[in-house]
Design a binder for this molecule. Structure first.
Ligand code: COA
Length: 180
């Protein structure tokens, strides 16, 4: 099952037509943040999302709000080819601003962890963001990832932090949740 439903989200594999939505999403400076994302780079991100599904059998999802059918963002497992660490599969999340602040990124991130560990036997899932990006760091923490270090990556002026959760920690958090 490559599409996943959470309480509020339909998370479905990336499609070619989602490229147009991704351009809309990153056209918003609030979503883009410090990242340099001209249209050709956004197009490559969209193509890369498709390619991952083809090659790896998993990749980023398009996130659809179940109640309205709205396309609200890109969430899920994403391979960071040039990340310097050994584990390169991250959980990523980018939502249109109108949908922020409702716990949706965390809901999607938790579904991505379950998908990666249960369906694809991943051993470790990371997440990377600008050190100053408090909201993204909070989503990582709420999803159970822990801080692992700070690097300069891509942009020599913007430090990034990386977080991770391994399979054993994820299993332990699941069984703890089940006994509460
Ligand atoms: C980061 C992003 C995905 C968060 O989505 P979201 O659905 O609002 O996230 P959630 O509601 O699940 O959780 C956000 C948490 O960050 C907290 N938060 C939000 N803004 C914050 C800030 N400026 N400082 C500290 N915490 C902040 C929220 O209070 C919430 O934590 P809480 O539940 O403990 O109160 C969303 O803001 C986004 O799409 N931003 C643009 C794209 C982006 O930067 N993505 C990350 C790239 S690495």
């Amino acid at each position: 099952m490559n599409a996943v439903e959470t309480n509020r989200l339909l998370l479905r594999p990336w499609r070619e037509e989602d490229g147009v939505e991704l351009q809309r999403l990153f056209n918003d400076a609030a979503v883009r943040g410090e990242r340099n994302l001209p249209p050709d780079r956004i197009a490559r991100l969209a193509e890369g999302s498709l390619r991952q599904w083809r090659v790896n059998g998993f990749g980023p999802w398009a996130a659809i709000d179940k109640a309205t059918g709205s396309w609200i963002g890109r969430v899920g497992l994403d391979e960071l080819d040039d990340w310097p660490g050994a584990d390169k599969i991250e959980v990523g999340f980018e939502l249109h601003k109108a949908w922020w602040g409702r716990g949706l990124a965390t809901e999607g991130a938790l579904a991505a962890l379950e998908f990666g560990f249960e369906q694809h036997s991943l051993q470790c899932i990371i997440s990377v963001t600008a050190a100053a990006h408090a909201a993204a760091r909070r989503v990582m923490e709420k999803a159970g990832l822990t801080y692992r270090g700070t690097h300069y990556w891509m942009n020599p002026e913007v430090p990034v932090v990386w977080y991770a959760i391994d399979r054993a920690a994820w299993k332990a958090s699941k069984s703890e949740a089940n006994t509460l």
